[in-house]
Design a protein. Structure first.
Length: 448
């Protein structure tokens, strides 16, 4: 072999080696690029919380790398979709929960509004005060008998000629003095009007029928005693005394129907009034058709017999925090504190009974327990005396104070007495009496 041939062969070998070297470098570059891409994919997977890592051999990238990469991408997309769906489901659940809470709040607000509306909304039917005279009082009592079994809360008010007399004597207590004042005036005077309003324990009233009545009694100004202030005050309310004289209800007929009406003598009927001493005093006098008992204890026994469940709003109002909780609190002031709307009909005796009913229901809602106040009458029994000095008039003998009356028929001039005709106050008034024949007959029954 010649030198030229050897040299040519060597060149060929070198050229082949160079070509292989070039191919090897290209392969290494491709391998480096693939490794770089694999690292990028791995970093992306790790950043998305994935644990996928492509398999790389010492010699190079696994031939299934592209397939695995596609599968990893699909898995990532699927997991992302699942995460989005979970987030949507959580959001929907939160929205549903919020809607349920809002619905519950709305229902609670509606229930409260409905209750408040039931208590304070004044519908025309509720405010109707049925006037009762001699020609329709039996029919109205039939309606009352039908309603009382379901609407057993009886709120009432009375209209009487004022407080015209006071006892003078030695008394065992301030309550005894208050009772003797009540006793003398109840025996001496006659009712003019009696208002009554029915509801259930929640204040609900019957539909499509009236539930408040005003009974108008026979009253003759020529024979019955009444203070001048009471006469003027009643005249301003529109009372027609001539109509009372002609068409008024006989009090004994009223007492007879009241006894058999299902309103009295039953323990499931709740009677309610405001400052109720005189109200129950006149009713006891009517129902027993007799003079009042000589002592307070016997009177309270009769009250318990005819009215086993009674409430005095004057006492019940002390159990809650009111703006005006003084001893001079009136029914109208109590209604203002309880945010009860004002109505023109409240000035009448029947309207006062309706207002008493509204106040009772509101006080029941605010008081923790009204049962502890059952049977208590303000100024009587175990109720504390309203006389701050606890001073009683003293005299050796019991009698009625009798100044010279100023009268015209049965109308008494008591302009300086400052008596409200329906004040229900147990405080004694300046005693001016008319109709001396009637008074002298009554005085004989009080001799001790």
């Amino acid at each position: 072999m010649s030198f030229l041939n050897i040299h040519s062969q060597n060149d060929l070998n070198q050229a082949a080696q160079l070509q292989k070297l070039s191919q090897l470098q290209q392969h290494q570059q491709q391998q480096a690029q693939q490794q770089s891409q694999a690292q990028q994919v791995q970093q992306q997977s790790q950043s998305q919380g994935q644990n996928f890592s492509p398999q790389i051999t010492q010699r190079g990238v696994n031939p299934q790398f592209n397939i695995l990469q596609q599968q990893a991408q699909q898995v990532n997309q699927l997991r992302q979709q699942q995460q989005v769906q979970q987030q949507l489901q959580q959001q929907q659940q939160q929205q549903q929960l919020q809607q349920q809470q809002l619905q519950q709040q709305l229902q609670a607000a509606q229930a409260q509004a409905a209750q408040s509306q039931q208590q304070h909304s004044i519908s025309p039917q509720i405010t109707v005060v049925k006037e009762v005279w001699n020609d329709n009082f039996q029919i109205e009592f039939q309606i009352i008998r039908q309603l009382i079994t379901q609407y057993n809360y009886v709120s009432f008010s009375t209209e009487f000629p004022g407080i015209l007399a006071r006892p003078i004597g030695v008394f065992t207590s301030t309550n005894d003095y208050h009772y003797q004042t009540l006793r003398t005036n109840t025996d001496l005077l006659n009712l003019i009007q009696f208002g009554i309003s029915l509801s259930d324990s929640q204040g609900k009233k019957p539909d499509n029928i009236h539930s408040t009545w005003q009974f108008n009694f026979k009253f003759d100004l020529e024979t019955k005693m009444i203070s001048n202030d009471a006469f003027e005050s009643l005249s301003k309310t529109g009372i027609d005394f001539s109509k009372h004289q002609a068409f008024g209800i006989d009090q004994f007929d009223f007492a007879e129907l009241l006894t058999s009406s299902g309103l009295v003598l039953l323990p499931n009927v709740y009677w309610t009034s405001f400052h109720a001493g005189y109200d129950f005093g006149f009713l006891i006098s009517l129902l027993t058709n007799n003079l009042m008992p000589n002592n307070e204890e016997d009177f309270l026994k009769k009250v318990e017999l005819f009215f086993p469940k009674l409430l005095d709003l004057k006492i019940l109002s002390k159990s809650i925090n009111l703006k005006d909780n003084s001893t001079k609190l009136s029914l109208e002031n109590l209604a203002d504190d309880l945010n009860i709307p004002k109505l023109n009909s409240f000035v009448s005796t029947g309207g006062q009974a309706l207002l008493t009913n509204f106040c009772l229901i509101e006080l029941k809602n605010r008081s923790n327990d009204i049962n502890k106040h059952l049977g208590a009458i303000h100024g009587l029994g175990n109720e504390n005396s309203t006389n701050p000095n606890n001073q009683l008039p003293e005299s050796s003998n019991f009698s009625l104070s009798v100044p010279t009356p100023q009268q015209s028929g049965g109308l008494l001039n008591l302009k300086n007495s400052n008596n409200n005709h329906n004040s229900n106050s147990l405080a004694p008034a300046p005693p001016n009496l008319g109709n001396l024949n009637q008074f002298n007959q009554l005085l004989n029954s009080y001799e001790m």
